[in-house]
Write a protein that binds this ligand. Sequence first.
Ligand code: GTP
Ligand code: MG
Length: 546
Amino acid sequence: MLGLSVRSFVRKVCANNAVQCYQLKYLAVSTRCNTLSRLNVRREKYTDASKYKGGKLAGQRQKAIASDNDQFPAEDDETLEERNNRAELIDDREYDTVASSAMHVTKQILNVQHVVIIQPYIKWGPRKNPTKPELLLQEAEALVRSLPRWNIELSMKIPVETLDKRQLFGSGKLDELKNIIQTRQESGTPLTCVFISKGTLTYSQKQTLEQAFRLPVMDRYSVVVQILRLHAVSMEAKLQVALAELPYIWSQVKDQEGSSKGSGRIFLSDSQRQMLQLRERKLRNELTAIRSHRELLRNRRRQKNFPVVAVVGYTNAGKTSLIKALTEEQSLQPRDQLFATLDVTAHAGLLPCKLEVLYMDTVGFMADIPTGLIECFVATLEDAMLADVIVHVQDMAHDNCTEQRAHVERTLGKLMHNGERSLSPERIINVGNKIDLVPDPTCLVIEREGDKQPDYGRLHLISSQTLVGVHELLLEVERRVLMVTGRQRIVIRVPMGGAEMAWLYKNGAVTETAADPDNAERLLVNVVITEAKLQQFRHLFIRKRN
Ligand SMILES: Nc1nc2c(ncn2[C@@H]2O[C@H](COP(=O)(O)OP(=O)(O)OP(=O)(O)O)[C@@H](O)[C@H]2O)c(=O)[nH]1
Ligand SMILES: [Mg+2]
């Protein structure tokens, strides 16, 4: 009889929604999401401290989130000596001398630069670039524009036979480029460096080009390092960037030693070599400490039982913007720059069913970045890979969207391969962002349907800026979170003012309460809860009563 009355309550509230019921004598109806949530689907801001006044539980949640985002280690855990050691590692003059000659990176990142961009591409043969040269050049320009005072004075794409020759360009092409640069300089353009948009240039390639152009030459590795240095805010990110620089320096030194005409420009003395080796050891030790701290935070998060949703994607796809749209957190600052986000940060959000989740903002992916450079950031991506649900954000307005998507999927596949969790399709939500910039977004859907992907691979079209599609996406996030974490929505009948109610608030997400129409002393509580917690509830309250 109790079950029936509860069913009729749910029927009344949920109108036409399919409701799955099961009778637990005292415990009542299970509704697999998508039901009462419609009554209360307002998105709520979840980082406004004023909301937590007086709410003990809420205060604890904020603390958990804050401690996740703290720079490592938390201020009060860190001794002055540790802090000084880390600062010294970042600010080391002897190292800076070596780094600036090997990479042309300087501490004065904010100095004005007048840049010539040259995008080499292989036009024919099996090693031909899969991406159009115009798109490669666009990405090179976006990299330079990510550095605030770097101006693009000239940009060109140049066909080459191979990228591995000792001389990147044939002598005719090199003369042609030299003349173009000289003419520009003679006409009064103050050029200060040449950016060759290739992952890493060998020492001899660089030397030949510098001699020809009489300007410092940079490759993608060194430009990306500049951007990373600029955007690294936390000590962890700074240490990671510092570590990322070392393989490049060693590779330049090695190249030079193998080169017959090494001019000794980056010749390293024994003491400099020792300094680099010691620096690498120290950086690795510090980062190992950070990793174990991350592990600790992860375990704390697990204990608190927050479902975690990682937001990943190509750099500049709109990951930070999407999290801002989902959580309405004003402090998040999306920027039209590559690698704007360098720290994995956690942001609390509320699903329509009122379940709290943590969204993890992550470092963006980019093609043609040497593995050594991105490897150092893998530690920060580990958290993302262990998330319950992964949202893959794609920039639908980008001409190279398909390639970007494939690159992220390949990288995710590799990361998962090394990790603890498999990349099962139900954990991934594909999101097509920036549709406000696409003239006819319906074409995108037709194209994707043509892929005959399973339902999980469906692309959710949204705009993080206009918020079109964001609410539907939120419902999908909810559906996946409940499915992957084994949570369910149920209605439980409990005595008014009893211990049951407090227990449910503590161990589940109570979404709604209503007076029981059949019994004035009872409440009907709508709660999202895991199977394990439900068993605990049965054990604690139902069996006891029997
Ligand atoms: N028009 C439009 N612009 C968007 C949208 N989403 C993001 N943007 C813009 O795209 C740029 C990059 O946004 P972010 O959110 O910083 O991108 P991200 O993926 O976090 O970038 P990284 O952290 O650098 O990897 C910013 O200028 C945003 O304002 C959208 O839906 N529409
Ligand atoms: Mg970002």
